[in-house]
Design a protein around this ligand. Structure first.
Ligand code: CU
Length: 250
């Protein structure tokens, strides 16, 4: 390869690195406080939230809510929607009782030719209702998840958030955690490509720490390699398992 091509190849590698994919499940309200406005609308998507690029999301394998120790299947509530011009999903759920509602999406594995692998982001958001706040750190049944160590709601911009990365019920030491702001209105302009995605590592116990600099929805994606492969065009390919948590800072 001549040097110009080499530089171009490096540039395209750099572009993918700065450009993280996130499973998304974003409620239209972060807290339910009023019975008259007890319905939560949800956007379910796969996107680059800081750069506002969508990716086409197939119908998820599973979508459910866990609250008061009970899991309720919401797959039938999913409707086609768009985010950043690409196929996404929407849902709505009427919250009738006090509780802490964990909405969980298990997508279909997404084939990413640029990275020669599948991406599978187990994604959740935690919405408290009517003053209840018990059980915000309860595990769901997802294969991979971030167990919050900081209550994942009612935080201020500038608060520090901690979570534990867990796959198959076990903490993942040293997991890479990518963090992005949901730049919904496009008002945040990253200073450089390096600023698009913030990166921290989990410690030996799978615990990571991040301080959100400004208000809004922030996504935390803990990335691990699956212990299995999936076939694409007859060849076995690696699978990136992401445990994603969205939380809002005010
Ligand atoms: Cu992508």
């Amino acid at each position: 390869m001549n040097s110009k091509l080499a530089v171009l190849a490096l540039l395209s590698l750099a572009a993918t690195a700065a450009n993280a994919h996130f499973g998304m499940v974003i409620p239209d309200k972060a807290y339910v406080t009023d019975q008259k406005a007890g319905t939560v609308g949800l956007t379910v998507a796969f996107a680059h939230p800081m750069e506002r690029n969508g990716m086409t999301m197939a119908k998820p394998n599973a979508f459910y809510v866990v609250a008061n120790g009970k899991k309720t299947d919401l797959a039938a509530s999913l409707k086609k929607a768009k985010l950043f011009g690409k196929d996404a999903w929407s849902s709505s759920y009427k919250v009738a009782r006090p509780g802490v509602y964990q909405f969980v999406v298990e997508p279909k594995p997404y084939w990413e030719p640029a990275e020669d692998k599948f991406i599978l982001h187990y994604t959740k958001v935690v919405v408290p209702a009517y003053g209840d706040e018990d059980g915000w750190d309860a595990p769901t049944s997802a294969k991979a998840e971030i167990i919050p160590l900081t209550r994942p709601f009612g935080n201020w911009a500038g608060n520090t958030f901690q979570g534990k990365v867990v796959v198959n019920g076990k903490p993942v030491a040293g997991a890479d955690v990518e963090i992005e702001f949901y730049n919904k209105a496009g008002k945040k302009k990253p200073a450089t490509d390096y600023h698009v995605t913030q990166v921290v590592k989990a410690d030996a116990n799978g615990v990571f720490t991040y301080t959100a600099p400004w208000a809004g929805w922030w996504g935390f994606a803990a990335l691990t390699d699956a212990d299995y492969k999936l076939k694409q065009d007859g060849k076995e390919k690696p699978v990136e398992i992401g445990a994603v948590l969205w939380t809002k800072f005010e």
